[in-house]
Design a protein around this ligand. Sequence first.
Ligand code: FES
Ligand code: FE2
Length: 433
Amino acid sequence: MSIESPTDLATLVKDDEVHQSVYTDPAIFAHELERLFGRSWIFVAHDSEIPRPGDFKTDQLSRWRLLLVRQQDGSIGLFHNVCRHRGALLCHESYGNTQAFKCMYHGWTFANDGALRGVPMREHMRGLDLPAHGLVPIPRVQSYQGFIFASLAPEGESLEEYLGGAKRYLDLMVARAPDQAIAAVKPVQYHYRGNWKLQVENYSDNYHPAVLHHSVLSIGVQMLKEKFGDQPLNARSGGRYVERVLGHGHSMADYQGGRGALWMNAYDDEYLRTLAKRAGTERAQELRDADIHLIIYPNLLIHVRMNHYRVIKPVSVDHTIVNTYPCKLVGASKSVNDALIYNTSHHVSAAGEVQVDDLQAFNWVQEGLGSGAIEWIPFKLYGEEEHVDVQGENVSYGTSEAAIRGQYREWARWMTAPATNAAHASDHSASYR
Ligand code: FES
Ligand code: FE2
């Protein structure tokens, strides 16, 4: 299928099917960078990664190189991590604290607010305008509950508008901490040979665990059976498990505290007592038991119970990096936080029990789709039951593919939206204008 215009891109997505080329075609990946990642809000860091003035973080999202710096006044400076002289990558450390960044090539030096301060042999550079040669800023940076997002588009809806119904689950992340803050620790990183959307879809796919993760689930199967019966995530009659499609591609899956048997119970009595002092006993129990997967489209996945977040970093159409940041609950005991970090490591690391299964599946899906054998991929599970509730959200009381359908509605919205506020024109998007 050849793609010449936004109208063509729209034909790749139906209500409950997508064309395989959205996973395999490098030209469509290039369109995604410009039209989706280049315009929507993308997650870049949590406050706790750069808490003090001068703290910085560098990161990469496909071709973009990012440099975040905590400013003296507490705000975030976000720049392209590219020297303004001849374009060398400027900072090569992942994290640190500094007043200035010096380029390794010719020694141009930039203050940590992005201003160009030092130029060797400047007196011999006729007409060099220092203020015009500071680091190139990313147009918009906003945060919510400590989660910092950026947009490469100078204009567009605010972050709060964009997050919409997802905000209440970010509120929940903070409310679960005795001191109402979370603190990220060093991330666990994995790569896979597959398209970035495979991981995003997988995070709301509760159709697969009983099959793909059978080996690990079988270890705790008796405990799960006692809690759920034979169909733990299909308890439609009991209404125990809920999926909500929150708009803008965001979604949540609420396991209603039912998965305690799957990992170490991190939450001790002291944690509950501390929370109860602030929130009351009933609310403290709700906060302790919260067990939700949250997807903030397009690149942030949050595990409320394990208290971690994952950042999806597309590299190319068939290569993705995911950084998973275990988080401490500020004010909770060391034993609670140690258990949370252990659980996340156990879940996603190379020696872990669960994520390795998913990564193998992603590799095989990418390989299978790359063969061109199938054209359309169905996401039809419980499509006929989708309905909008009083909150204006699509709700499913049981395993469905509703969240994935919601992701593709958002994908199609960005991919076909007029290019009025595109971040950077490219050869691929230029033909649309
Ligand atoms: Fe950075 Fe020349 S490229 S100083
Ligand atoms: Fe999985």
